[in-house]
Design a binder for this molecule. Structure first.
Ligand code: 13P
Length: 319
């Protein structure tokens, strides 16, 4: 069977010493690009969707189609994961739609967007675990707050609140989550860090401390895009205006994997690859109106970026 829980995929990653990429998709075409990359690289993969962030109006139909698409890829292990569920209801809808894994991000209060108290985070996360586990669905929680912006998750890199190893241990004991997103220096979105001092960005010793306390919990790195400068330059050379910034280098991600990170979230790098390819095509072929040709070029760039990350994360060949 193609669909697996997050726990199943990450257990194998733990014994193989690699990380599984979790790639954000907001349309069926993007999901096809991710799954094609997994098939070509013979890699396990996590396809993830954020509630309220897709090309379609009808969430139930979008998620049902996404779930069915995975059955077309019988040779690769796939987890279908809700990224950044902000409420119990988000997670309940995803479980109803057949997702094999959900993230409840109770690290911020959705009403105020301020960091939640530890107790509030534990309470909501535990309710989601109580819903998900009896249905065979894995749960990822979040401790500390990761900076940057994505759907429903606002903030800046200055707002990173680092995960605390003592609290991480208490959080997992109290909630029973399978995986834990830890704030260890990353930030979401296309504009990350404006300083060039990339070496110190990830708190590798902090990952090591948390892993030591939680050997049975799968640690997750969010906001892991590298923000390739060539993609930003191509976008800006063809009419775009993306603020140049620095992400997490592939080498730093390699260090994080060696220290125990088993799931690496990436959305921005594939989005940059798509946008760069599409902008270049449209500006060099101003007469082009055929959508299939436009989409094809963008999807190949998206797929190739995902495949590159699978090789860097060590998951290629592990299917
Ligand atoms: P990036 O914006 O760095 O790709 O991170 C995505 C992410 O962490 C989604 O949860």
């Amino acid at each position: 069977m193609t669909l697996h829980t997050l726990r199943e995929l990450l257990e194998r990653a733990e014994s193989g010493g690699y990380a599984v990429g979790a790639f954000n998709v907001s349309s069926l075409d993007q999901a096809i690009a991710v799954l094609d990359a997994a098939e070509a690289e013979r890699s396990p993969v996590i396809v993830q969707s954020i509630a309220g962030m897709s090309a379609y109006d009808d969430e139930a139909r979008w998620w049902a189609r996404l779930r069915r698409l995975i059955d077309d890829y019988p040779t690769v292990p796939v987890a279908l994961h809700l990224d950044h569920g902000r409420s119990y209801d988000d997670c309940a809808r995803a479980i109803e739609a057949g997702f094999s894994s959900v993230m409840i991000d109770a690290s911020r209060d959705p009403a105020t967007d301020e960091p939640s108290t530890f107790e509030a985070n534990v309470a909501l996360t535990s309710r989601v675990v109580a819903l998900a586990h009896p249905r065979g669905v894995s749960v990822e929680g979040e401790l500390g707050t990761i900076g940057g912006a994505e759907a429903g998750v606002s903030g800046t890199t200055e707002e990173i609140v680092f995960a605390d190893p003592d609290q991480a241990e208490q959080f997992v004991a109290a909630t029973g989550v399978d995986a834990l997103a830890v704030a260890v220096g990353t930030s979401h979105g296309s504009v990350k860090f404006t300083d060039a001092e990339g070496g110190q960005r990830l708190r590798i010793p902090l990952i090591a401390q948390i892993k030591e306390r939680l050997p049975q919990t799968f640690l997750v790195l969010h906001g892991s895009s590298s923000v390739p400068s060539e993609a930003v330059a191509t976008i800006n050379a063809h009419g775009g205006r993306v603020r140049p910034s620095y992400g997490i280098s592939p080498e730093q991600k390699g260090d994080a994997i060696s220290t125990g990170i088993r799931k690496i979230n990436q959305g921005t790098d594939s989005h940059l690859a798509w946008t760069a390819a599409l902008r270049e095509l449209l500006s060099t072929r101003p007469d082009l109106v055929e959508p299939g040709e436009q989409l094809g070029v963008a999807l190949i760039a998206f797929r190739d970026m995902v495949a590159r990350r699978m090789r860097e994360f060590g998951s290629a060949g592990a299917a």
